[in-house]
Design a protein around this ligand. Structure first.
Ligand code: FAD
Length: 346
């Protein structure tokens, strides 16, 4: 039995199980997920999808349906392919078109902890059969309102509880709930998981760039990496915040540095009056060796202004990373690009 993460174009992910000798299309339809499908015998190419990670048998098909070049870059036909391992697969359609949607989970607040004047951590329990990819987020219904806010998991998949890291914004709806009202045991509803900002297979050095609570998805990824290893590649994180008080999670990072061979992290603080030994933005504290001449997978997450500044800086360096994934923690209600992922030409 292989576990398959199906990523839809609208950002939702659904997890299904594929039995032995079952094709991906058969497994999807068995659970009512109608991925695009036409001929079902490898002739039309309608069910073309992209396998992001894992091993599979591509099955039989004709060149018109899937070219050799497409197969070499990870495209496959869902009606023919059979997973050999767990897979992450991009479906070229929205969840709605496939007659599915993000799942709604009912959980309970387990803990709410103030990490600093500007940052609150909370954790949930009782979400049942929740699966997600490290780096993904969920949309949490703010209790007592009809408003949802997006939060990235800071815990790895498979943990009994799910944790989150939230910037405390004084007038903010969710911030105020967490600061003033949240009590352990409170019911919390969320929808997801979502997002294309998740850890891919480690095939080369990784550079993680985090701004503020944009650290959350990296903690989730590092939790996974601590279990699976780095495949011998270095993983370097540069974590920048605005003020000293925003710097949280350093103990966790230190614990990961002790647990994960090849993992290093650097912190920096932008404020001029900071007492931190490294002042300025993450770009100022990025060792050029981290870019490895472009043979690097870059993951970048934080507030929109930080993400834009780092992207511009990376472009100026004249280095094109092999893969570049970024996510902006855009404020709710803003016109936003969520979970963007950019793949350089193979
Ligand atoms: C994909 C995604 C993942 C996210 N993951 C996280 C996460 O893991 N941790 C996290 O802390 N946030 C995350 N966010 C942001 C989060 O969804 C909320 O927007 C944020 O927590 C504010 O919610 P709120 O209800 O407290 O404030 P709101 O009620 O939404 O906002 C109140 C006021 O504050 C302003 N405001 C909102 N955000 C900011 C800000 N960052 N700085 C200054 N002013 C602001 C708003 O414009 C508004 O005027 C994520 C956003 C996205 C799109």
């Amino acid at each position: 039995m292989a576990k398959i993460a199906l990523n839809f174009e609208d950002g939702f992910t659904r997890f299904i199980e594929c039995r032995s000798a079952e094709t991906l299309a058969e497994a999807s339809y068995r659970v009512g997920i109608n991925i695009p499908l036409d001929c079902s015998n490898g002739a039309c190419g309608t069910c073309k999808c992209r396998v992001q990670s894992g091993e599979y048998d591509g099955g039989d098909y004709i060149e018109e349906a899937l070219t050799e070049a497409e197969a070499a870059e990870g495209l496959a036909l869902a009606c023919q392919m059979q997973p050999k391992t767990n897979l992450v697969v991009d479906i070229f359609a929205s969840s709605e078109v496939c007659k599915t949607k993000g799942q709604t989970f009912q959980a309970r607040l387990r803990s709410v902890d103030r990490l600093s004047d500007t940052t609150i951590a909370f954790s949930l329990e009782g979400a049942g059969s929740l699966s997600f990819l490290p780096g993904q987020y969920v949309n949490v219904l703010v209790p007592g309102t009809d408003q949802r806010r997006s939060y990235s998991f800071s815990s790895p998949p498979g943990a009994d509880t799910q944790s989150f890291l939230v910037r405390d914004i004084q007038p903010g709806l969710m911030s105020t709930f967490l600061r003033e009202k949240a009590q352990p045991g409170a019911a919390i509803e969320f929808v997801g998981p979502s997002g294309s900002f998740y850890l891919r297979e480690i095939r080369r050095p990784l550079l993680f760039l985090a701004g503020g609570t944009g650290l959350a998805p990296f903690l989730s990824m590092l939790g996974r990496i601590a279990e699976t290893g780095t495949a011998g590649h270095p993983v370097n994180l540069v974590y920048g915040v605005t003020n000293d008080v925003d710097l949280v999670g350093v103990d966790q990072l230190q614990a990961f540095a002790e647990r994960i061979p090849g993992f290093t992290f650097t912190t920096c603080v932008a404020a001029r009056d900071s007492g931190h030994p490294r002042k300025g933005f993450v770009m100022a504290h990025m060792d050029r060796a981290y870019l490895n001449g472009g043979d690097v997978d870059v993951y970048l997450c934080g507030p929109p202004a930080m993400v834009d500044a780092v992207r511009a800086w990376l472009n100026e360096q004249g280095v094109t990373p092999a893969n570049f994934h970024y996510e902006k923690f855009s404020p709710s209600g803003a016109v936003t690009t969520i979970g963007e992922t950019h793949r350089a030409a193979a």
